[in-house]
Design a protein around this ligand. Sequence first.
Ligand code: F6R
Length: 243
Amino acid sequence: MNIHIFDSQEKLNEAGARIIIGTVQMKQRAVLGLATGSTPTGIYEEIVREYNRGLVSFSKTTTFNLDEYVGLPIGHPESYRVYMQQHLFNFIDLPPDQIHIPNGSLEDTSVECKRYDERLAESGQIDLQLLGIGHNGHIGFNEPNHALLRETHTVTLREETRQANARYFKSMDDVPTQAITMGMGAIMKAKTIMLVVRGADKAEIVHKALTGLITTEIPASLLQTHPSLVVLMDAEAGRLFQS
Ligand code: F6R
């Protein structure tokens, strides 16, 4: 495990963008696993800046997003597809047919989960998986549980996850109760995982996940067993690693 703690958000964003861009430059047909939420936005901004400087092309890259809410219509402003368009995809040369995000608007999500795993299998291994971490230790929307699933699946979001994400919706009632998430199988199979953590409110969970017991009750703790894990944290999130 390679842990880097940064004294500014700018430096963290630059380092995160450099790792993603480096992966795309090194491999002709790189496969990226992408995340949403507040954690990666600065990294995506930095990637767009570098793209505009002509330093990278995504024309041969394939992407898989970790998750999507169930029940939001296509084009809903809080859907993760719209998030990805607004933060990254609208500004780079990634061909739309190389973008994969679960479709949470379908009646039968199990068919969509199966389809997603088939696309993942066809693309082979994810070269670089970007992850954030939830306050309860979730990765993707693999919520704490007595067992975790390998495959892409539909998950009922924990109350604390809905509350954490309520800031983006008009009211708590508007926050979806379910999501489709990539399972632990595809995440753990990634060649390299880059976990990004920001803010004092994540200090305890990230420390527990990376130094404590490996348990399905803290899904991110499984990352301890990954052979190529890079962790980028700001000073607040990394507080307990520095003492
Ligand atoms: C998002 C995702 C989630 C988030 C996590 C942290 O695609 O899979 O696991 O990474 O909930 O969210 P933020 O970054 O908003 O604190």
